[in-house]
Design a protein. Structure first.
Length: 238
């Protein structure tokens, strides 16, 4: 049987991905998570710009017209679109200590979570081949009449992410259909995150529809637990 990590990398276009250092995309990010944290629809219509090797990402507009966010794992900031820095926070993950699912966020909390999460999403599965990542195929999963192979991925400390171990569910076409994690900075919420409507951008397969649900103890998604809704209009690599 084909190594699952290699199958996933090939199906998503890893050879093409190696050619690029950045990307930008237009998207809408809404859902009950953002409302619960005090920022309903603040990311509803945004341009995302990503530096792939630098683990950097920005949203524009961010919280208001004329502003943009800046994210990398060790620093987040709010800048004007002209480049003037208004606020910044070093070691941003430490500012989530003791947070519960109901703890509100300020704008720099928002910049950190939305920054690392989207950097991860847009660089999955290609980052699995980077130094420090380890992968292991685990038992398959049956859902809605489909059998998905599953890849457990352990992340290195150098990559900010939801939780150190995550499980990726892979369809027969090699594309990722679901992702399970515990969102540590949101109080450890167990999450089942679904991906669909893949499109080809510059030879790379990107899911343009993402839906993240709270996950039941038996691994099924909660029917009324939809927390994050992401729709991607377009992506351009450079």
């Amino acid at each position: 049987m084909t190594d699952l990590r290699d199958l996933v990398l090939e199906a998503h276009g890893a050879t093409q991905w190696k050619r690029f250092r950045g990307l930008e995309g237009d998207m809408s990010i809404v859902g009950s998570l953002w409302a619960r944290k005090g920022w309903p629809e603040v990311l509803k219509d945004v341009r995302v710009t990503v530096d792939i090797p630098g683990q950097q990402l920005s949203y524009q507009p961010f919280t208001a017209e004329g502003l943009r966010s800046f994210y990398r794992p060790d620093l987040v900031a709010i800048d004007t679109v002209e480049g003037k820095r208004l606020r910044e926070r070093a070691n941003p993950r430490t500012f989530f200590a003791d947070h519960s699912p109901a703890t509100p966020w300020d704008d720099l909390h928002l910049a950190y979570f939305s920054g690392y999460a989207m950097w991860n999403y847009l660089n999955t599965p290609f980052m699995f081949a980077l130094p420090g990542f380890s992968t292991e195929e685990i038992e398959p999963w049956n859902e809605n009449g489909e059998t998905w192979r599953r890849l457990k991925v352990t992340f290195p400390d150098s990559v900010a992410t939801h939780s150190p171990e995550q499980v990726f569910y892979v369809g027969g076409d090699g594309l990722i259909a679901r992702l399970d994690y515990f969102a540590d900075v949101t109080g450890g919420i167990p999450t089942a995150h679904y991906m669909s409507d893949y499109r080809d951008f510059d030879g790379i397969k990107i899911p343009t529809r993402r839906r993240a649900y709270r996950r039941n103890p038996d691994g099924t998604p909660m029917a009324n637990g939809l927390g994050v809704v992401i729709d991607i209009a377009n992506v351009r690599f450079f």
